[in-house]
Design a protein around this ligand. Structure first.
Ligand SMILES: [Zn+2]
Length: 63
């Protein structure tokens, strides 16, 4: 036995190519919904009020 093994459950490249661009988009959406409060989106309290119930549903503290 050499001790070197090849990974048997490698992620297939086409599937990885599908998900890689989605990760920054999902992170941006999560930031806007959970933490923004108008600082980056410049919407004032609009985005906060729009997402308010969803934030509470997810357990994000806001007030
Ligand atoms: Zn609240």
């Amino acid at each position: 036995m050499s001790g070197l093994t090849t990974p048997s459950a490698a992620i297939p490249f086409p599937r990885l190519r599908l998900w890689l661009p989605a990760v920054p988009v999902l992170l941006l959406v999560a930031y806007l919904v959970l933490m923004d409060n108008g600082a980056v989106s410049q919407t004032g309290a609009f985005l906060h009020e729009l997402m308010h119930d969803g934030r509470h549903l997810l357990g994000v503290p806001c007030h």
